[in-house]
Design a binder for this molecule. Structure first.
Ligand code: C2E
Ligand code: MG
Ligand code: MG
Ligand code: MG
Length: 282
């Protein structure tokens, strides 16, 4: 009897595994077509100056508008895209699309103070041999000044292959592009280590910012990060700012910039245009 139950359990378990494998395979198949079928979207989340509240730029965040499954967030398809290598064309598409969009906004709103676009680069994409040429080409084709582009990589990308990373980062820097460390604090590197690389911006991970309200220890950690980053000539962006309390703290700590739901969710390009048109820039 126990054995029968065991078998029944096994069957349920196997079916679930099977269903999951089929679903994953379907997702992968669909993802192969997503670019051609124009199902990818870029959302833009404002990044603001902590001191003035002015919008200094946007982070480009990809979404997949799936015909049956609706809007799929990156957490649900980036891992599959990474495994299959599909992340490379996806990242390139996002890069081209968002450079083109920022250029259009610059032309549409000529009085606006300089705006930058931050684009996430996956580790796979970062290690492509012709990455630098491709990015250079996209900048030329979209007519965007390299200084308007910020590329976001995580600490893990550098740690995976520090010498190669240093060389690629130097080349990107030589083009005039700005470089950011995304989700800082979640990896295993230190600021002293990152100082060996030409990094312009440190983005403090949301997990630190979230805990800002709750305890004083976090305050000390973030203060240390901001002070040290400043001394090393990097500017700091706080990610995932959701409350005015957090903003007040960040202002006291003289954090440079912030990004989060307190200011705005990621917006589609139409809504971003409306925001830019409505917001007096000073
Ligand atoms: P990320 O680069 O750290 O992006 C910030 C994430 O935090 C975004 O999630 C954003 O919507 C979310 N966020 C912003 N403010 C808040 C807040 O106040 N509270 C909370 N709870 N969340 C906030 P999203 O758009 O789901 O993207 C998740 C991750 O997917 C990104 O994290 C990035 O690692 C990756 N990703 C997104 N777009 C791309 C892309 O085009 N290429 C690659 N390679 N990765 C991407
Ligand atoms: Mg990012
Ligand atoms: Mg981040
Ligand atoms: Mg993050």
């Amino acid at each position: 009897r126990a054995k029968e139950q065991g078998q029944a359990w096994h069957m349920v378990f196997d079916t679930t595994m099977y269903d999951r494998a089929v679903a994953l395979l379907q997702l992968e198949t669909d993802l192969r077509w997503a670019i051609e079928r124009r199902e990818l979207r870029v959302l833009y989340q404002p990044i603001v100056s902590v001191a003035t509240g002015r919008i200094t730029g946007f982070e480009a965040l990809v979404r997949w508008q799936h015909p049956e499954r609706g809007l799929i967030p990156p957490a649900e398809f980036i891992p599959v895209a990474e495994e299959t290598g599909l992340i490379v064309p996806i990242d390139q598409w996002v890069l081209r699309e968002s450079c083109q969009q920022l250029r259009q906004w610059q032309l549409q709103f000529p009085d606006i103070k300089p705006l930058s676009i931050s684009v996430n680069l996956s580790g796979k994409h970062f290690s492509q041999p012709c990455l630098v040429e491709q990015i250079d080409q996209i900048l030329q084709q979209t007519n965007l000044a390299p200084s308007s582009l910020k590329l976001e990589i995580t600490e893990s990308v550098i740690i995976a292959s520090p010498e190669k990373a240093a060389s690629v980062l130097q080349q990107l820097k030589a083009l005039g592009i700005q470089l950011c460390i995304d989700d800082f604090g979640t990896g295993y590197s230190s600021l002293a280590y990152l100082h060996h690389f030409p990094i312009d911006v440190l983005k403090i991970d949301r997990s630190f910012v979230t805990r800002l309200d709750k305890n004083g220890e976090q305050l000390a950690i973030i203060r240390a990060i901001i002070t040290l980053a400043g001394n090393l000539g990097m500017s700091v962006v706080a990610e995932g700012v959701e409350t005015t309390d957090q903003l007040v703290q960040l202002r006291l700590l003289q954090c440079d910039q912030a990004q989060g739901y307190l200011f705005s969710q990621p917006l589609n390009s139409d809504k971003t245009s409306i925001l830019l048109a409505a917001r007096p820039q000073f």
